[in-house]
Unconditional design. Structure first.
Length: 511
């Protein structure tokens, strides 16, 4: 219960802000596009801190690191709520993401060390329910808080939960600390990782405001990320103790599996942020109702995930992954047909298919990626896979937001031109019923502006949804190029980190 609570808090915070972006933007005096950096900053910081988990664990111990991460997560959550500007909020979200990185892999590792091997699978099954339930609670809770309290409370709620979790964890595990030893750290590799990932994320988040490569700043960021990435590749491939073991990509199934996983998660993350923005800005939904639209994804995932697990055990990971991508493609194609007259039931139907895809997608591609990895490299491979996945999710969020904004402006220009050619002047027959109802010239102008903006945002969103559907179909190719995944009889895959198994349980060590 205690370890699941920490995971729930972590995953909840990754999704709770999605429906609160318009409220945060309005309160802090920023555009919605700028405010999506609140989400991407957390994702990138979490991705960067994941490869550090193994070194930090060996240096300070699993229990101390886990409790410290939870307490730092609490502190940074409180600071996020105190932020008075978007810049400070983004800075605190970066710190929050850095604190969050070790929490999930360590919670898995401590859980595995708490049970004998024959019960580890059952324990992980119960633990994993929190990962599926948090995305349901996140949008619902975030929407309710935003509408009925104030957006800082989406961060403040972590304070009592985190303090209780840290206290109970220390009470249960303080006498079961892992062995601590001094180990070298790849400081150069870490610095290069932060440099190229950070530069690329800033480029994606600020490119629109800076007019992309017309700006010297964007050009400089592009060069830094490109050179940094190339240097990072060379360094990590030649270093004796790399912070990220890129040689794992020489494995066929790992390479194709991670490619499909990263691409699928990038599309998934971008559209999970885009949909509530469209609902609130174009359709007039409140944050609460936008959360209710997203909730079915998690409900379906809870119901379908056990079936996916059985298929994986029978060696059908590739078939399940292909089915997941078809479900995603169908979901986004249905969304590409949305109009401004779409009702709640019409909007919620594609979400059910997305829930099916999501419940099959993660478990199937994880099984494919790790199916041919040697046991002594499983933790490293899982950590690398999670780093790529989380980074891709942050990049996907920025790209989807930027493309939607660009296509919205494109359609708005054409809609205004079409209205002018159609003779929609304020003395035309189109406005006669409105003028008869008592609307003034200013009200008519505002009505037309709102109508054009609503249609432009919808057309822009439809294009993003349609391209996403096509890309999901394209991602079936790397899945088919992977070899059939053989099931692992040794039990569940290890925690997605470079963390060693805890020393507290001799049975777990033996396993």
């Amino acid at each position: 219960m205690v370890l699941s609570l920490a995971t729930f808090m972590n995953v909840l915070d990754a999704s709770i802000a999605n429906v609160s972006i318009p409220a945060i933007a309005g309160d802090l005096g920023a555009s919605v596009h700028q405010t999506t950096a609140v989400i991407t900053a957390f994702g990138i910081a979490t991705a960067i801190s994941v490869p550090l988990t193994g070194w930090l664990t060996q240096r300070f111990g699993q229990v101390r690191l886990f409790v410290t991460s939870v307490l730092l997560f609490v502190l940074t959550s409180w600071l996020c709520g105190q932020a008075k500007s978007l810049e400070w909020l983004i800075a605190f979200r970066v710190l929050q993401g850095l604190a969050a990185g070790p929490m999930m892999p360590l919670s898995q590792t401590l859980l595995l060390g708490s049970h004998p091997p024959e019960r580890a699978g059952r324990a992980l099954g119960i633990w994993s329910m929190t990962v599926l339930l948090a995305p349901i609670a996140g949008p619902l809770l975030g929407g309710w808080i935003t509408d009925n309290l104030h957006w800082p409370w989406i961060f403040y709620i972590n304070v009592p939960i985190g303090l209780g979790c840290a206290a109970l964890t220390w009470t249960l595990y303080s006498r079961r600390e892992s062995v601590v030893k001094r180990v070298p750290i790849d400081a150069v590799g870490l610095a290069l990782l932060v440099l190229w990932v950070g530069s690329l994320q800033i480029l994606l988040d600020t490119g629109k405001q800076e007019d992309w490569f017309e700006s010297n700043t964007i050009v400089a960021l592009g060069l830094v990320s490109l050179v940094g990435f190339a240097t990072f590749l060379v360094w990590e491939l030649t270093h004796a103790h790399p912070i990220v073991d890129l040689k794992l990509f020489a494995n066929r199934n790992f390479s194709f599996g991670v490619t499909a996983l990263a691409g699928g998660f990038a599309l998934f993350s971008g559209n999970v942020v885009l949909l509530p923005l469209w609902l609130q800005q174009a359709m007039g939904y409140t944050a609460t109702w936008a959360g209710l639209v997203l909730a079915p994804v998690g409900v379906v995932a809870v119901l379908v995930s056990p079936l996916a697990g059985r298929g994986i055990e029978r060696g059908r990971a590739r078939s399940i992954a292909i089915l997941a991508f078809f479900a995603f493609a169908w979901s986004f194609w249905l969304r590409s047909l949305f109009t401004t007259q779409a009702d709640y039931l019409t909007i919620i139907q594609p979400m059910l298919w997305q829930g099916v895809g999501g419940s099959l997608f993660f478990i199937a591609l994880s099984a494919i990626s790790l199916s041919e990895i040697r046991p002594n490299q499983l933790a490293l491979a899982a950590g690398l896979s999670n780093f790529v996945r989380i980074s891709a999710g942050a990049f996907g969020t920025s790209i989807a937001s930027t493309v939607w904004d660009s296509r919205t402006r494109h359609h708005r220009v054409h809609l205004v031109e079409d209205a002018s050619r159609a003779g929609w002047s304020f003395d035309s027959a189109f406005y006669e019923p409105l003028q008869s109802a008592g609307m003034t010239l200013e009200q008519l102008r505002a009505y037309l502006e709102r109508l054009i903006d609503q249609q432009a945002m919808t057309l822009g969103a439809n294009e993003v949804f349609l391209v996403s559907a096509l890309l999901y179909l394209l991602l079936i190719l790397p899945v088919m190029l992977a070899r059939p995944a053989r099931g692992r009889r040794a039990g569940p895959a290890p925690a997605p980190s470079t963390t060693p198994v805890p020393v507290g349980n001799p049975a777990a060590l033996k396993a």
